[in-house]
Ligand binder design. Sequence first.
Ligand code: ADP
Ligand code: NI
Length: 221
Amino acid sequence: HDVLWTEQQRRIAGEAVEWARAKLHKDSSGHDWWHIDRVVRTARTIAREEGADSFVCELAALLHDMADEKLNDDPRAAEQELERWLANSGADDEVVSHVLEIIRTMSFKGGARAPMKTKEGKVVQDADRLDAIGAVGISRVFAYSGAKSRPIHDPELKPRERMTEEEYRNGKDTAINHFYEKLLKLKGLMNTVAGKRLAEERHAFMETYLERFYAEWDGVK
Ligand code: ADP
Ligand code: NI
């Protein structure tokens, strides 16, 4: 924890850890507690370099998936619970509204994604996206695909952009496809200088991984 935090801020962060841990410890959709823990650590690294408010980043990172639609049957109720939790946390009003604004913008799914408005939002979004790429990101794609009963790879399958929505929904998607649909695009979506730098190496690692994957698949390496 940040040495400059007040006793109160330390207590609130500790309570957020307990709440997030209790809710996410048994998730297997790729949003488990250790995802949160990694996002928190990466957000600290980026926040330091960007000179962002470390307490706002910490709270937003800890709570960013609490109202996610993948984790909640009733995302609206989960969002209200999050609002209530923050309002009763003892955090300053500006911190509460800032953290809520970050989480709402990050998890906004409909249509074109709104850009993050504040430096702290940019930091936390970068940290979340970084966890989807690199060695950890590769692990998460296969974990998620397995949980959805999707195959690793199918060389006879159409690329996603040529699949119909129906084929896609019927699970005719593969883990390898997801690299092209999303993971290889994330490097270009980084907000911060530190985020871009961290994304560089993780991205290169995925490209190397894919090269080897196809070579091994073809039996030539
Ligand atoms: P976010 O953390 O932004 O909510 P998602 O919920 O889209 O991200 O994804 C969580 C994890 O699951 C990521 O690591 C992502 O790569 C993986 N994932 C999401 N959709 C798919 C998919 N269609 N196939 C394989 N993996 C996926
Ligand atoms: Ni996340």
